[in-house]
Design a protein around this ligand. Structure first.
Ligand code: PEP
Ligand code: MN
Length: 255
């Protein structure tokens, strides 16, 4: 059971970054050899796309690819589990599981995940109240509070200028009233690359313990969510800004 990288200290600001979806060896190698890349790498293997004809993820081929890359370059991997039947195979490559917005209400999946000794990053559903989100977190109770990580990724609102409405109020509330780690995903919240860095910085000011950010070596060629990915240079900018901002909030950037 390897999830040592998720043993955060109270003042850590942790960064999880990687592509929306694992696509190819060259894509993963470009990210893994980038000088700014964090130890915690995200990447979708099974994607839950709104359109059934969209890229659904590499599945087993993606698992094999991540295994191969891990032998070459050590990293901790975080990926979304979209179905209970995937847990065992994904456990072989993941230090933590992600439950996506579309599955926050999938209580059977949450119950099953609560039996595994692995941290879970629980994303907020599109229109979930904070109370419903915490209700879902209850299903993970067995994991222990330090292994339950809530992820604010924006909610539906009356406004469609941006992909979602980044609810930083929830972050402030959760940090004051619950024992859980809270991370913010500025990529899905904003939905467009030019806004991601500023939203990430705002999340730190709101008290987030960490960030989950989509990056891609060539966003224009991404098979999913390229419009919101930071390229590696932009990711470097984010990292240097976070290094300056973290101490202002008495945090230390953990990469
Ligand atoms: C993701 O992180 O790739 C994702 C699908 O996010 P969400 O579940 O928040 O839509
Ligand atoms: Mn995505």
């Amino acid at each position: 059971m390897e999830h040592s990288s998720f043993n955060f200290r109270p003042n850590d600001l942790f960064l999880i970054a990687g592509p929306c979806a694992v696509e190819s060896e060259s894509q993963m190698r470009a990210i893994l050899t980038d000088s700014h890349r964090p130890t915690l790498i995200r990447g979708g293997i099974h994607k839950m796309r709104t359109n059934a004809k969209s890229f659904q993820g590499l599945g087993d081929e993606g698992i094999a690819l991540v295994k191969k890359m891990k032998k070459e370059i050590p990293f901790d991997f975080v990926t979304e589990v979209t179905d209970v039947r995937q847990i065992e195979s994904l456990a072989e490559i993941s230090s933590a599981f992600q439950v996506g917005a579309r599955n926050m209400y999938n209580y059977e999946l949450l119950k099953e995940l609560s039996r595994y000794n692995r941290p879970v990053i629980l994303k907020r559903a599109f229109s979930a109240t904070v109370a419903e989100w915490l209700g879902s977190a209850e299903y993970l109770f067995n994991l222990g509070e330090k292994n339950i990580i809530l992820c604010e990724r924006g909610v539906r609102s009356f406004d469609n200028k941006l992909r979602n409405l980044l609810d930083l109020g929830s972050v402030i509330y959760l940090k004051k009233n619950t024992p859980f780690k809270v991370v913010v995903d500025p990529s899905h919240a904003m939905g467009l690359t030019p806004y991601v860095i500023d939203a990430a910085l705002a999340a730190v000011a709101a008290g987030a313990d960490g960030l989950l950010v989509e990056i891609h070596p060539e966003p224009a060629c991404a098979l999913s969510d390229g419009q919101q990915a930071l390229n590696l240079q932009q990711f470097g900018e984010l990292v240097s800004k976070l290094k300056k901002l973290a101490p202002v909030f008495e945090k230390e950037l953990r990469m």
